[in-house]
Design a protein around this ligand. Structure first.
Ligand code: PLP
Length: 230
Protein backbone atom coordinates (compact mmCIF):
# COMPACT_ATOMS: atom_id res chain seq x y z
CA UNK A 1 0.00 0.00 0.00
CA UNK A 2 2.82 2.42 0.87
CA UNK A 3 3.27 4.95 -1.88
CA UNK A 4 0.17 3.92 -3.76
CA UNK A 5 -1.77 7.05 -2.79
CA UNK A 6 1.03 9.23 -4.12
CA UNK A 7 1.19 7.12 -7.26
CA UNK A 8 -2.57 7.29 -7.78
CA UNK A 9 -2.50 11.06 -7.38
CA UNK A 10 0.31 11.49 -9.83
CA UNK A 11 -1.41 9.31 -12.45
CA UNK A 12 -4.69 11.17 -11.88
CA UNK A 13 -3.06 14.57 -12.24
CA UNK A 14 -1.64 13.68 -15.62
CA UNK A 15 -4.90 12.08 -16.73
CA UNK A 16 -6.89 15.13 -15.62
CA UNK A 17 -4.48 17.43 -17.44
CA UNK A 18 -4.60 15.44 -20.67
CA UNK A 19 -8.39 15.18 -20.51
CA UNK A 20 -8.59 18.95 -20.06
CA UNK A 21 -6.20 19.62 -22.94
CA UNK A 22 -8.08 17.12 -25.09
CA UNK A 23 -11.20 19.24 -24.88
CA UNK A 24 -9.46 22.58 -25.21
CA UNK A 25 -9.44 23.48 -21.53
CA UNK A 26 -6.61 24.80 -19.39
CA UNK A 27 -5.51 21.94 -17.08
CA UNK A 28 -5.14 24.50 -14.29
CA UNK A 29 -8.89 25.13 -14.44
CA UNK A 30 -9.68 21.66 -13.05
CA UNK A 31 -9.00 20.99 -9.38
CA UNK A 32 -8.97 17.67 -7.55
CA UNK A 33 -10.84 17.29 -4.28
CA UNK A 34 -9.65 14.16 -2.43
CA UNK A 35 -12.73 12.61 -0.80
CA UNK A 36 -11.21 10.90 2.22
CA UNK A 37 -14.39 9.59 3.90
CA UNK A 38 -13.80 6.27 5.70
CA UNK A 39 -10.01 6.61 5.31
CA UNK A 40 -7.86 7.34 8.38
CA UNK A 41 -5.57 10.33 9.01
CA UNK A 42 -2.39 8.57 7.79
CA UNK A 43 -3.96 8.15 4.33
CA UNK A 44 -4.77 11.87 4.30
CA UNK A 45 -1.24 12.70 5.41
CA UNK A 46 0.18 10.57 2.60
CA UNK A 47 -1.94 12.42 0.07
CA UNK A 48 -1.00 15.79 1.49
CA UNK A 49 2.69 14.88 1.38
CA UNK A 50 2.13 14.14 -2.29
CA UNK A 51 0.91 17.71 -2.73
CA UNK A 52 -2.85 17.31 -2.27
CA UNK A 53 -4.37 20.38 -0.57
CA UNK A 54 -8.16 19.93 -0.73
CA UNK A 55 -9.96 17.13 1.13
CA UNK A 56 -13.64 16.21 1.34
CA UNK A 57 -15.67 14.47 4.03
CA UNK A 58 -19.36 13.63 3.97
CA UNK A 59 -20.27 13.11 7.63
CA UNK A 60 -19.89 15.58 10.49
CA UNK A 61 -19.56 12.78 13.04
CA UNK A 62 -16.60 11.28 11.24
CA UNK A 63 -14.99 14.65 10.48
CA UNK A 64 -15.25 15.71 14.12
CA UNK A 65 -12.70 13.17 15.29
CA UNK A 66 -10.74 12.84 12.07
CA UNK A 67 -9.91 16.40 11.02
CA UNK A 68 -8.27 17.35 14.34
CA UNK A 69 -6.28 14.09 14.23
CA UNK A 70 -4.67 14.93 10.90
CA UNK A 71 -1.24 16.33 11.63
CA UNK A 72 -1.20 18.79 8.75
CA UNK A 73 -3.15 21.87 9.81
CA UNK A 74 -2.88 23.78 6.55
CA UNK A 75 -5.32 21.63 4.54
CA UNK A 76 -8.59 22.89 3.07
CA UNK A 77 -11.64 20.89 4.17
CA UNK A 78 -14.82 20.51 2.11
CA UNK A 79 -18.12 19.07 3.28
CA UNK A 80 -19.65 17.01 0.47
CA UNK A 81 -22.49 15.28 2.34
CA UNK A 82 -25.95 16.43 3.41
CA UNK A 83 -25.89 18.77 6.41
CA UNK A 84 -28.53 18.53 9.15
CA UNK A 85 -29.51 21.77 10.84
CA UNK A 86 -28.45 20.60 14.31
CA UNK A 87 -24.90 20.08 13.00
CA UNK A 88 -24.42 23.41 11.26
CA UNK A 89 -22.27 24.91 13.99
CA UNK A 90 -19.88 21.95 13.97
CA UNK A 91 -19.74 22.09 10.19
CA UNK A 92 -18.86 25.76 10.18
CA UNK A 93 -16.13 25.15 12.75
CA UNK A 94 -14.61 22.23 10.84
CA UNK A 95 -14.96 23.09 7.17
CA UNK A 96 -13.79 25.81 4.79
CA UNK A 97 -16.17 24.94 1.95
CA UNK A 98 -19.69 23.43 1.98
CA UNK A 99 -20.82 21.80 -1.28
CA UNK A 100 -24.26 20.83 -0.14
CA UNK A 101 -26.55 23.85 0.24
CA UNK A 102 -29.85 22.04 -0.31
CA UNK A 103 -32.35 24.31 1.45
CA UNK A 104 -32.69 27.99 2.12
CA UNK A 105 -33.05 27.23 5.80
CA UNK A 106 -29.65 25.53 5.98
CA UNK A 107 -28.05 28.45 4.10
CA UNK A 108 -29.50 30.93 6.58
CA UNK A 109 -28.30 28.89 9.54
CA UNK A 110 -24.81 28.57 8.14
CA UNK A 111 -24.62 32.32 7.64
CA UNK A 112 -25.76 32.95 11.23
CA UNK A 113 -23.16 30.54 12.65
CA UNK A 114 -20.49 32.16 10.52
CA UNK A 115 -21.45 35.52 11.96
CA UNK A 116 -21.06 34.14 15.51
CA UNK A 117 -17.69 32.63 14.68
CA UNK A 118 -16.50 35.61 12.69
CA UNK A 119 -15.83 33.73 9.47
CA UNK A 120 -17.03 33.63 5.90
CA UNK A 121 -17.56 30.26 4.28
CA UNK A 122 -17.44 29.27 0.65
CA UNK A 123 -20.51 27.34 -0.57
CA UNK A 124 -21.97 25.52 -3.54
CA UNK A 125 -25.67 25.15 -4.26
CA UNK A 126 -26.47 21.47 -4.76
CA UNK A 127 -28.60 20.70 -7.80
CA UNK A 128 -30.63 17.51 -8.00
CA UNK A 129 -30.00 17.47 -11.71
CA UNK A 130 -31.71 14.12 -12.33
CA UNK A 131 -34.70 15.23 -10.19
CA UNK A 132 -34.45 11.99 -8.22
CA UNK A 133 -36.88 11.63 -5.34
CA UNK A 134 -34.36 10.30 -2.81
CA UNK A 135 -31.59 12.80 -3.53
CA UNK A 136 -31.12 16.16 -1.88
CA UNK A 137 -30.56 19.34 -3.81
CA UNK A 138 -32.70 21.85 -5.65
CA UNK A 139 -34.50 21.02 -8.82
CA UNK A 140 -33.07 22.98 -11.77
CA UNK A 141 -35.98 25.40 -11.89
CA UNK A 142 -35.49 26.40 -8.24
CA UNK A 143 -31.83 27.20 -8.64
CA UNK A 144 -31.97 30.87 -9.66
CA UNK A 145 -34.13 31.66 -6.64
CA UNK A 146 -31.82 29.95 -4.13
CA UNK A 147 -28.81 31.57 -5.77
CA UNK A 148 -30.39 34.97 -5.11
CA UNK A 149 -31.12 33.99 -1.51
CA UNK A 150 -27.55 32.81 -0.92
CA UNK A 151 -26.18 35.97 -2.53
CA UNK A 152 -28.08 38.01 0.03
CA UNK A 153 -26.55 36.15 3.00
CA UNK A 154 -23.59 38.17 4.23
CA UNK A 155 -21.33 35.38 5.49
CA UNK A 156 -21.68 33.02 2.54
CA UNK A 157 -19.52 33.30 -0.52
CA UNK A 158 -21.14 31.45 -3.40
CA UNK A 159 -18.74 29.61 -5.72
CA UNK A 160 -21.13 27.81 -8.05
CA UNK A 161 -23.11 24.59 -8.42
CA UNK A 162 -22.56 21.02 -7.28
CA UNK A 163 -24.33 17.93 -8.62
CA UNK A 164 -24.45 14.16 -8.18
CA UNK A 165 -26.18 12.82 -11.31
CA UNK A 166 -28.09 9.53 -11.44
CA UNK A 167 -25.54 6.73 -11.39
CA UNK A 168 -24.77 4.72 -14.52
CA UNK A 169 -22.04 2.13 -15.09
CA UNK A 170 -21.33 3.82 -18.39
CA UNK A 171 -20.23 7.41 -17.67
CA UNK A 172 -21.34 8.48 -21.15
CA UNK A 173 -24.90 8.18 -19.87
CA UNK A 174 -24.10 10.79 -17.24
CA UNK A 175 -22.91 13.32 -19.79
CA UNK A 176 -26.34 14.92 -20.34
CA UNK A 177 -26.61 15.68 -16.61
CA UNK A 178 -23.19 17.28 -16.44
CA UNK A 179 -24.03 19.28 -19.55
CA UNK A 180 -27.33 20.39 -18.05
CA UNK A 181 -25.58 21.56 -14.88
CA UNK A 182 -23.09 23.55 -16.95
CA UNK A 183 -25.86 25.23 -18.90
CA UNK A 184 -27.76 26.00 -15.69
CA UNK A 185 -24.70 27.88 -14.47
CA UNK A 186 -24.50 29.73 -17.79
CA UNK A 187 -28.20 30.69 -17.50
CA UNK A 188 -27.66 32.07 -14.01
CA UNK A 189 -24.62 34.01 -15.12
CA UNK A 190 -26.62 35.86 -17.75
CA UNK A 191 -28.27 37.74 -14.92
CA UNK A 192 -25.27 38.28 -12.70
CA UNK A 193 -22.77 41.09 -12.59
CA UNK A 194 -20.13 38.77 -11.16
CA UNK A 195 -20.29 35.33 -12.83
CA UNK A 196 -20.17 32.09 -10.84
CA UNK A 197 -17.28 30.01 -12.09
CA UNK A 198 -17.21 26.77 -10.12
CA UNK A 199 -18.80 23.43 -10.96
CA UNK A 200 -18.26 20.63 -8.43
CA UNK A 201 -19.04 17.52 -10.44
CA UNK A 202 -17.48 14.21 -11.43
CA UNK A 203 -16.33 11.29 -9.27
CA UNK A 204 -13.89 8.40 -9.76
CA UNK A 205 -16.00 6.63 -12.38
CA UNK A 206 -16.99 9.61 -14.48
CA UNK A 207 -14.53 12.46 -13.97
CA UNK A 208 -13.31 12.52 -17.57
CA UNK A 209 -16.81 13.11 -18.89
CA UNK A 210 -17.39 15.72 -16.18
CA UNK A 211 -14.22 17.59 -17.20
CA UNK A 212 -15.31 17.53 -20.84
CA UNK A 213 -18.60 19.10 -19.73
CA UNK A 214 -17.00 21.88 -17.70
CA UNK A 215 -16.24 20.58 -14.18
CA UNK A 216 -13.83 22.81 -12.26
CA UNK A 217 -13.58 20.60 -9.18
CA UNK A 218 -13.77 16.82 -9.44
CA UNK A 219 -14.41 14.85 -6.26
CA UNK A 220 -12.28 11.70 -6.18
CA UNK A 221 -12.34 9.07 -3.45
CA UNK A 222 -11.76 5.53 -4.75
CA UNK A 223 -9.39 6.63 -7.52
CA UNK A 224 -7.03 8.11 -4.91
CA UNK A 225 -7.48 6.00 -1.78
CA UNK A 226 -8.72 2.69 -3.21
CA UNK A 227 -12.02 0.92 -2.52
CA UNK A 228 -13.93 1.75 0.65
CA UNK A 229 -14.99 -1.01 3.04
CA UNK A 230 -18.77 -1.12 2.93
C1 PLP B 1 -17.92 9.54 -1.77
C2 PLP B 1 -18.18 10.75 -2.60
C3 PLP B 1 -17.38 11.05 -3.70
C4 PLP B 1 -16.22 10.20 -4.17
O1 PLP B 1 -16.69 9.02 -4.73
P1 PLP B 1 -15.72 8.02 -5.53
O2 PLP B 1 -16.63 7.32 -6.46
O3 PLP B 1 -15.10 7.13 -4.53
O4 PLP B 1 -14.73 8.86 -6.25
C5 PLP B 1 -17.68 12.21 -4.41
N1 PLP B 1 -18.70 13.02 -4.08
C6 PLP B 1 -19.49 12.75 -3.01
C7 PLP B 1 -20.60 13.67 -2.70
C8 PLP B 1 -19.27 11.61 -2.25
O5 PLP B 1 -20.07 11.34 -1.21
Amino acid sequence: MAGSIARNLSLLRSDVASTARGCGRDPASVGILAVSKTFPPPAIEQASEAGQQHFGENRIQEALSKIPAVRRKDLTWHLVGHLQSNKVRRAVELFDVIHTIDSEKIATRISRCCEDLGKTIQVFVQVNIGEEGQKSGFSPRQVSEIVRAVDSLPYLSLSGLMCIPPFHENPEQMRPYFRATFSLLADINQYRAKPLTALSMGMSGDYRVAIEEGATLIRLGTAIFGPRAS
